[in-house]
Design a protein around this ligand. Structure first.
Ligand code: ZN
Length: 62
């Protein structure tokens, strides 16, 4: 069986809990990719909030 993440050939019998991936690591990577596609705004939003927060603090000081 071929892992869809890393492309490595592996024996499914030795990694039943991670199928169709070769390991928990590849399973986690796939989950992360899926979340990025479904919620692409989450990581960007945090950065924007920080910039806005700093701007507000500066305005209040003046
Ligand atoms: Zn893999």
């Amino acid at each position: 069986m071929k892992c869809p993440i890393c492309g490595r050939e592996f024996e499914p019998e030795s990694a039943e809990s991670s199928l169709p991936f070769c390991s928990d690591r590849c399973k986690t990577i796939d989950l992360g990719r899926w979340l990025d596609e479904k919620y692409p705004f989450l990581s960007d939003k945090d950065e924007e909030d920080e910039e806005i927060a700093e701007g507000w603090v500066t305005d209040e000081d003046h």
